[in-house]
Design a protein around this ligand. Structure first.
Ligand SMILES: C[S@@+](CC[C@H](N)C(=O)[O-])C[C@H]1O[C@@H](n2cnc3c(N)ncnc32)[C@H](O)[C@@H]1O
Length: 250
């Protein structure tokens, strides 16, 4: 298993600095900021979602953990997912402000304030939340299973967030924050729903060990093919993108 050393990419301070500068750039020159892992990873994740959870009928409730500038949710919106059923959380407030500012520039430019709001990118919601310690609020129309239990999503997405969390320092008791992440993810996935993760720090095998186990209750579902590289006679993937499903219990 990859043993990662803590780095500044695992600190909130780092992401606050990144998004404060990206927000300032967006306000100055309209630059939307970094697309982590590039457009290709976004396209492939969107294709996976289209194939496995098509937007026709009741559009799925989708949560992105660590949504950054929201590029993945905007891409899903563009192919037909209902914006009011998509929610991005991030622990960096400026990331939330950046995604909200970008949302204002997307979608039906012609819509007046309330008219088309439900179908415009402006109804994708973004909020500040440290996913490791805080709960995600439900969206309008979501079923609450039991009082006190978290809202359940048809699809939970992670593009680069687990990678960042895995670079955080251990706490004073020697626990790595990343150890708590898989079960926190699993508890917000609806039975029958999916968790799709793209990572540059973990291999497919490592992701399967971390996310598909007894503790999470998730099972491996499928993977996305990414270009491979060869190094020293070994073949590997630049990124790993793996989908897990929460079984429906009989
Ligand atoms: C590599 S960036 C990816 C951003 C976005 N998913 C994308 O693809 O552009 C990692 C993101 O995770 C967020 N993040 C890290 N730890 C988090 C936590 N505990 N709770 C919520 N967001 C977190 C960071 O603020 C950052 O936006």
């Amino acid at each position: 298993m990859t043993e990662l050393l803590p780095s500044k990419l695992g600190t909130k301070q780092h992401w606050d600095e990144v998004y404060s500068s990206e927000l300032a750039n967006f306000e100055d020159i309209g630059d939307e900021g970094e697309v982590w892992f590039g457009e290709d990873s976004v396209e492939k994740m969107v294709d996976w979602v289209l194939e496995n959870l098509p937007p026709s009928g009741a559009s799925p409730f989708i949560l992105e953990i660590g949504a950054g500038n929201g590029n993945l949710l905007f891409a899903l919106y563009q192919v037909g997912y209902a914006p009011a059923r998509m929610h991005g959380v991030d622990y960096s407030l400026d990331a939330v402000h950046l995604a909200q500012a970008i949302a204002m520039t997307r979608g039906d430019g012609e819509a007046t304030e309330d008219e088309n709001k439900e179908s415009s990118a402006r109804s994708i919601s973004f909020s500040m939340c440290d996913f490791l310690t805080e709960s995600v609020a439900p969206l309008k129309g979501m079923a609450v299973v039991e009082t006190g239990s978290p809202p359940l999503w048809d699809l939970v997405l992670d593009k680069g967030t687990f990678d960042a969390i895995a670079l955080a320092e251990k706490d004073s008791t020697g626990k790595a924050p990343a150890d708590a992440y898989p079960s926190r993810v699993a508890r917000v996935v609806k039975p029958g729903g999916f968790f799709l993760i793209t990572s540059c720090n973990f291999t497919e095998e490592e992701l399967r060990i971390k996310f598909a186990n007894e503790e999470t209750g998730l099972v491996y579902h499928s993977r996305i093919q990414f270009p491979t590289f060869s190094f020293g006679g070994k073949r590997g993937n630049v990124y790993s993108s793996v989908a897990f499903q929460k079984p429906v219990r009989g």
